[in-house]
Each structure stands twice: as C-alpha cells, then as structure tokens.
Design a protein around this ligand. Sequence first.
Ligand code: FAD
Length: 464
Amino acid sequence: MAAKKFDVVVIGAGPGGYVAAIRASQLGKSVAIVERENLGGICLNWGCIPTKAMLRSAEVFHLMHRASEFGLSATGVSYDLPAVVARSRGVAKQLSGGIGHLMKKNKVTVFMGDATLPAKGRVSVKTAKGVEELEAPAIILATGARARTLPGLEADGDLVWTYRHALEPKRMPKKLLVIGSGAIGIEFASFFNTLGADTTVVEVMDRVLPVEDAEISAFAKKAFVKQGMNILEKTTVKKLDKGKGKVTAHLESNGKTETMEFDTVISAVGIVGNVENLGLEALGVKIDRTHVVTDEFCRTGVDGLYAIGDIAGAPWLAHKASHEGVMVAELIAGKHPHPIKPGSIAGCTYCHPQVASVGMTEAKAKEAGIAIKVGRFPFIGNGKAIALGESEGMIKTIFDAKTGELLGAHMIGAEVTELIQGYVIGRQLETTEEDLMHTVFPHPTLSEMMHEAVLDAYGQVIHM
Ligand SMILES: Cc1cc2nc3c(=O)[nH]c(=O)nc-3n(C[C@H](O)[C@H](O)[C@H](O)COP(=O)(O)OP(=O)(O)OC[C@H]3O[C@@H](n4cnc5c(N)ncnc54)[C@H](O)[C@@H]3O)c2cc1C
C-alpha cells in the first residue's frame, strides 16, 4: 500500500503533540497525528486535569469542615471515594473528547495506533485494522513520559501505586507512604491526607518540594505537618517488603535504618521518557538517559525530526510541551519563532496550600554571584486573604540589585497557581521593579500581595 503523504506527522497527542498539530494546520500544513491511547495524552487523561479534579473534591471537603468559621453549618460531612474518582474520570473524558473535536475542526487526520519510525521521513502505525504507512518531510515526536520505577520499589497496582493507580484508587489508604516530594508526590499526599489517610512523605533531598526556594519548602513543610502529615527529609526508601495487605518500608536516614508499615505506597520518584521501540537509535537520534537530545528549537539533529514536551526533557510540564509545539510548528512553516526561555516557565503544585514559582531561587541567584534585593509579603497582611479565610501563605520576590530585573518569584498560599502568571508576564516583558511598582493592582485582591512583595524588596512596603 502506498504511504499516505502529509506535510507534518505528529506522534503523540498530549499537550505537546495536539497543540503542534493545530498550529501546523493553522499555518496551512496538511497534518496527521498518531496516538496509541487517549487524545490529550497524560495531561488530560492521567496527569494535570484528573489530579486537579480530585484535589478540588479534597478542597471542598476541607472547606466543609471549616463551615462554622464562615457562620455556616455542615454536619455529617463525608466523602464517597468512587464518586470523587468518577467525577475526575468524567472531567478527563470530557476534555479528551474535546481534543477529538479540535482535531476535526482543524482538519488534522487522527490515526489511533502505535507509531514507529522505520526510516527518515516515514512513520508506520499499527492500528486495530492493520498497518498504515505515512510519509512527511517533518515529523514531531511528542511521545511523552511515564512513571519512573526504582528497583525494589516497583508498583504492582495493589499495595504499591504509580500516579495511574492513585488516580483510580481501589480503596482509601489508611496508612499511606508517598515516596518523593516533587509536585506529583505532594499533590497525592495532600489529597489523601485531606481525606483522612495517615500520610508519610519521604524525600531523599534535605527538604520537601526541593526545586522550590528553600523558604517556600520550609513554609510548606510547616503547613503539611500542621495538617498531620509526617515528613521525613534526607531519607531514602531502601526496600519495600510486601505482606498480606501491608508493606514494610525500610528507611535509611543519616546512616540509620528503621522500618515502618503501611497499607499503601505511592511511588512518585520521577518520570522516564517514552523513547523505546520507536526506531530512534537506527535513525541516529541522540538519547541522554531517557530523553531525546535537542537544540533550543527542539531539532534532534536528524533532518526534519523534532522532539517536544516530556520526551525532550525538563521541565516536565504541559505548558512547556504546548509552547514547544507551537514553536516547532512555526519553525516548520518557515516562521522565525523565539526559543523558549526556561527561566520564564512557571511551576505550580496544587497541594494545600498551593505553591507556584518562576525564575531563580534566592540560593541560585546567590550561586550565580548576583547581588540581589529580596522582598516578602505574608498573606496575613492582605485584606482579601483574610476575608477568604486564607491567611496562610507568603510571596517572595528576588530582583537583580543592579538592574532591577525580576529574577524570580516564589509563592505559597491560596490561588497562587493563578497569581504566578502576573510575574511570568513581567519576566517575559523584562519588567523591572519600577514598572511593577507603578502598576496599579485592583483592591481587594490577593494580587495586591504581589505588589507589596515588590515594594518590600525596595523598602516601600505599605501593609506590613
Ligand atoms: C499525576 C500528574 C500530574 C501532573 N500535573 C501537572 C500539572 O498540574 N501541570 C503541568 O504542567 N504538568 C503536569 N504534569 C505533567 C504533564 O502531564 C506532562 O508534562 C505533559 O503531559 C507532557 O506532555 P507531552 O505532550 O509531552 O506528553 P504526554 O502528555 O505524555 O503525551 C504523549 C502521548 O504520546 C502517546 N504515545 C507515546 N508513544 C507513542 C507511540 N509510539 N505511538 C503513538 N502514540 C504514542 C501516549 O499515549 C501519550 O498520549 C503532571 C503529570 C502527572 C503524571
């Protein structure tokens, strides 16, 4: 059978792939996309969206317990885990279906099947009905990533879960161990802890949320401990012994070992790129550990072959994947897009309280030898935060003392995952302290704290 010809073939329909396909189509290219599982990828089906739906249930549950603080009453508050999960799965399904409509609207041909690259410019798709051969001068790899497993800590879906199992939990854990305190681990810890699981989080580094500013990590730890979580830092899980309905975890900290028992373990120790069985080695694509090596424009070094999103390495975030998708589509269409600035990509963690940041931490700025000015503002000083009953949190800003450039912003507290974009725009526009200080922030809003945290860096804070 003759190969079907397209201008662009995208492999993987996650937020990297489907956005690249839409943009390429908008630019007049004939586009095919290949997906072996669900349109929308991990993000819509097993990542960003279903976790946020579950965390929303936990948030409402938490607020219902605080009803009396607001002059309300809610008695007999409880939860129905299968219903919480059903809502989350429903939200994922709705959004995945929406991608199907977007593909149709944008005239992107969808092939449901497993793709391989038998030769340069060619894609072979194993579908339920047979093999489809596709040909295109431009191919975009967007095959994403999956949970990393460590020897001795392998998930079995029964006692030891990955994020996939945790998104469709068979039971409510009574005694839960979460291995890893990155965004994924902490979000699940937050969800199950709020619903009442006795939760322990183990982190090998010296603090939780180790990529965040140290002050934010410390604040988060205090908040989690207050909520009843057991946080073990500088601790390694050496081995898990599985028994009947229980797991014995062997933990090592400062050269000492101890054992603890749990009924459920969630392993959240990172991800690995889906680089296998595609034929990349034969094409000469460079792979570093489990990620495709690319240049700043996502070019793999093989003519016409690009890699975007999680398969192309950190940061493993949906918005980074999508932005790379747009950039590559524009490059293929002969435009002159700008490469992505990693320092302007915000990271958000939707635990309680939420955490969000962009740019350099204080430690990184100091390491780089930059003279800095640091501003801080606490949620307790903000009228809207108090009116909302959300006075726990802080915002920290870091400026280059010489140039006034906003180097980094770090936030913890209610809705900071929505607020952070204000600073992201600031960084994108290369805003200085003066622009931010002269900006009028609406009252009463949580965003006023973003203003105050800038003013504080320059000794002009008002409400503190
Ligand atoms: C629990 C969890 C929560 C998360 N929360 C957030 C969050 O809040 N915010 C955020 O920004 N990021 C979050 N992420 C990360 C985010 O999901 C990823 O960064 C994002 O999905 C990466 O997009 P992608 O397009 O590169 O790959 P993916 O979304 O992984 O999509 C890749 C697609 O390629 C398909 N595929 C793979 N191989 C083949 C093949 N050979 N043939 C055909 N199809 C193939 C896969 O089936 C998949 O659908 C979360 C991740 C997890 C696991």
